[in-house]
Each structure stands twice: as C-alpha cells, then as structure tokens.
Design a protein around this ligand. Sequence first.
Ligand code: TXA
Ligand code: MG
Length: 322
Amino acid sequence: MNTKTLRVDSTNPDPVAIAHAAELLRAGRLVAFPTETVYGLGANALDPAAVRSIYTAKGRPGTNPLIVHVAEPAQVLNVAAAWPETAQRLAAVFWPGPLTIVVPKAAHVPAEVAAGGPTVAVRCPNHPVARALIAAAGVPVAAPSANRSTELSPTRAEHVIKGLNGLIDLVLDGGACPGGIESTVVDVTGDTVRLLRLGLIPVAMLEHVVGELATHGNREPADFVARAPGQMAKHYSPRTPLRLVADADLEAEFITACHAGKKCGLLRLPDNPELAATMLYDTLHDMDESGFDLILAELPPNTPAWAAVRDRLMRAAAIGCA
Ligand code: TXA
Ligand code: MG
C-alpha cells in the first residue's frame, strides 16, 4: 500500500482534503490524523473489518480496546448504552478535550472496538482537524495512537510515517500536536469514577468535578498503576534503551556512560510539566534518530503535577509499572 500524506492547516483545514479523508474512512480505510494529544490512527468504528485492520497495522494485541472519537459530545449516545451522570458532569467540563470516558457499550458497536468487553471508551477531541474529519465522515471514529504497538506515540506526521508507512492509506499532516502526550482515561461504569490512565487532564481537576477517584495502589502518583488493558510496563518506548536518573546524578551517570564508550543522549526536562509533556515524545523521536546507544533521562519529581510525564517516562524505561 502507498501511504499518502496531505498537509492541512491545523486551525482551518481545507474542506477538500477533509472530504477525501472522510471518504476513505467511510470506505473502510485507515487515516491518521492530528489531535490535541497525539496523532490517532482512525477507522470507521462501526465497520468491524476496518477496526480489525487497525490492530493489524499497529501489531496491537487483540486484547487492547480502542477509543472511539466523536465530533460532538451529543454523539456519544450513538456508541454508549448508558451515559452515567458522572460522565455527563465530566464531559460538560472537559469536552471537547483530552479526557476519555469508559462507559457501557451499545450493542451495535463491533466487539473488536472493545476487545470483546462490555464497555467502550469515548472521547470528543478538541483539535480542528480531528473534529472536521469525524464530522465529515459522519461515523464515530475508532483511533488508537498512530504508532506500532509499544513504540513512542507520534506527535508529528513524520513520526506516523516512520512507524506505519505502507500500512495505512493516508496521513493528514496538521503539524505538531499541542498536548504531546495522551488523554487521561477514566471509567465511570462503577460506583466511583476510576482512573485508568494518567494523561493531559490532571487528576486534581477531575476530582474537583466528581470527587476522589478510585485508583489501585496508594495515591502516590508513581503508584497510579493503570488498569487499562493497554498499559503494559513497556510502552511508549523509544527504540534506544532509556534509563531514568535523578537530576542530581545525571552528570555523573553521563560521564560514566561516556567513559564506558557509550554514545549517550541526555534528556533534560523544562521546569513546567505541560511544556515537558509537549516536548517529550517529540524529543525522544529525535533522539531515536541520533544513533545513541543509551538515553539518560531526568526522572521528574514524584508530585501530582508531574504524574503523567513521570508515568510515560517510567514506561519508556520499562520500569516500576507492573
Ligand atoms: O490521547 C489519546 O487518547 C489518543 C488520541 C489518538 O485520542 N489515543 C490513544 O489511544 O492514546 P490508545 O489506543 O493508544 O490508548 C487507549 C487506552 C489504552 O490504554 C486502552 O487500553 C484504553 O485506552 N481503553 C480503550 N478502551 C477501553 C475500555 N473499553 N476499557 C478500558 N480501557 C480502555
Ligand atoms: Mg497508544
């Protein structure tokens, strides 16, 4: 397959390009597109064969369900069998935006989307290209991050091509994704809202709306060991081995590694966690291209503000998360 890239304006995408991409989706094909978090790999969520081809292109285990994206919050009623009051409260505040809500699945949504389970994850993204595409397609769009399974999520069209060239039909290139890491995932099907994956929306903001979230493990951010099926210990990983080092030890570790003959890359984080999220995967993608033997990355503080970036880095290093 020949993968085509179409450049579109990120705030005001060309309707002709969007219509072409939407037509591909309706025809059961795969289209990667930018969201405010990372690039997604989209297929018509109501077409079982199209959804299966997402798993094939990504090399994704069939046990890991997909997020269904809708253009307008009201469209969630097309894919959910129930919309609990907590979901409504969360959606009213955080949609469109980087929050994914797990709800009971409507019967007509193919089992493949939900990896055979009774629930479906839904998200209304807040990126003009994503919203225009989903609206034009006229169907809900299943979209995991547009990378091969376990690898770094893509924040630019070039990253999508690096992993999926020849495996998908089209990439809508809307430039860099502003958020840089994935959405926060919560499950509202139980008595208490449960946190499944740390992400761009901080836990404290969610708790402001629905009260204390259930997590498993204690409430130290590092122990928010997510329960979403896709949260393997090794995930979001560069191809280059990555080691996390406390800020104070970075220099010494770097010198030791260089003395040992290793070509070593250093990943230092900006002071602001949002900025760190925006640059995280982008920098790791670049470092992966640089021929390093090892990446030494600064371990962010174990504080709520740094929880999501710390989570991604720990998974990139494949440590600490069961
Ligand atoms: O920011 C994002 O969420 C991006 C953009 C493209 O929207 N998407 C994304 O998708 O990160 P993916 O497939 O890479 O991660 C989805 C996560 C996985 O951990 C998956 O297991 C979980 O959401 N998930 C999906 N459906 C679920 C369900 N029904 N129950 C529990 N977890 C679910
Ligand atoms: Mg992913």
